[in-house]
Design a protein around this ligand. Structure first.
Ligand code: UFG
Length: 327
């Protein structure tokens, strides 16, 4: 299939672009490079463009005979979304509205959307199923949920077939540790710990050690980027026949912040300073996915459920690319 990958120069989008090509699809990356890296796109077709540029979107969809769109272009900083809600609604919701509207204009009706566990807010039940109440507690989660609702209404009006994939903690480096994570600024736990192990930051801070968990630190469901992308391929294959697909993507196994730190120490063979600090606002104690639906309905199976394998791939990429993508 000819697939437009919006945000294809970012961490998840660039891994997806590679996997699409590897599986016989024809990806076209559309990215404004505000966060992504041109080098991460490698030799895939690339269009430098912004999602608010309706004219360029229509032109790109038409010129490349695009049949489906995968959308990864979003702001992802929860804390920043709280201080700058307008920016998050503008980029994550309004620009997606623009993309969907350009698709409607040219008759492209297949869409895979990068959603998030943040749509659930502070869930009462763990592991989280897709059906529980959606109560986002920040503009980031709310902006993603608003897009999901729009997609749902479009599909009910027979204008769109879509998959909304709710990621838990995407991590690791894809394709045997060759396509990695390079955010600026970095806020995700695994790359931050790796920076501490590489001596690029003086310590790793644990945000809260008084949570109601075994070791007092938060538990998250870490999912390898290759496994995450694999689910997108499966969902893409079903877009011709399924109007609505909504899936959690996680392993269902939780690891605490301390366990992640210990794993990085083991994999890297490095010791570094760990500082215990206050809780970060808005962090639920435990977030793990019930991904049974993706397994049964998509036939999704994960290849890298072990945290150690995930960290090994991330460590490999950061060791081989100490300055990230250099652009
Ligand atoms: N953490 C630390 N120290 C740090 C960074 C993070 O202790 O320096 C902790 C956090 O408090 C949290 C865990 O490590 O308990 C994971 O934090 P991340 O920031 O890596 O990931 P989150 O679970 O906060 O966020 C992820 C995605 C978001 C998404 C959210 C959904 O990155 O995009 O899951 O719940 F919104």
């Amino acid at each position: 299939m000819k697939v437009l990958v919006a945000g294809g120069a970012g961490y998840i989008g660039s891994n997806m672009t590679f996997m699409l090509a590897q599986n016989g699809h024809e990806p076209v990356v559309y990215d404004n490079l505000s966060k992504g890296h041109r080098a991460a796109v490698k030799d895939a077709r690339f269009v430098l463009g912004d999602l608010n540029d309706r004219h360029l979107l229509v032109k790109t969809l038409q010129e490349h005979d695009i049949e489906a769109v995968m959308h990864f272009a979003a702001f992802i900083e929860v804390g920043e979304s709280v201080s700058e809600p307008m920016r998050y609604y503008q980029n994550n919701f309004c620009n997606t509205h623009n993309l969907l509207s350009a698709m409607e204009d040219v008759g492209v009706d297949k869409f895979v959307f990068s959603s998030t566990a943040a749509v659930y807010g502070m869930p009462d039940t763990i592991p989280i199923t897709e059906e529980i109440l959606k109560q986002p507690i920040n503009p980031y989660g709310e902006s993603k949920w608003a897009v999901e609702r729009l997609c749902c209404f479009l599909s009910e009006a027979d204008k769109l077939n879509y998959a909304a994939l709710r990621y838990f903690n995407a991590c690791g480096a894809g394709q045997n540790g060759t396509i990695g994570e390079d955010h600026s600024p970095e806020s995700h736990l695994i790359p931050l710990i790796i920076q501490a192990a590489m001596g690029k930051r003086e310590d790793i801070k644990i945000f809260g050690t008084d949570y109601p968990t075994d070791d007092g630190t938060c538990i998250r469901d870490y999912i390898h980027i290759d496994d995450l992308c694999k689910a997108h391929l499966l969902a893409l294959d079903k877009l011709g026949s399924e109007k609505q697909q909504v899936y959690n993507l996680g392993n269902g196994t939780g690891y605490s912040v301390r366990q992640v730190i210990d794993t990085v120490k083991k994999v890297s063979g490095k010791d570094f300073k760990v500082t215990e600090t206050d809780r970060r606002a808005g962090d639920p104690p435990v977030l793990t996915a019930d991904a049974a639906k993706a397994r049964t309905q998509l036939g999704w199976q994960t290849d890298y459920p072990e945290l150690e394998k995930i960290v090994e791939s991330a460590w490999k990429w950061h060791s081989e690319n100490p300055n990230g993508y250099d652009d």
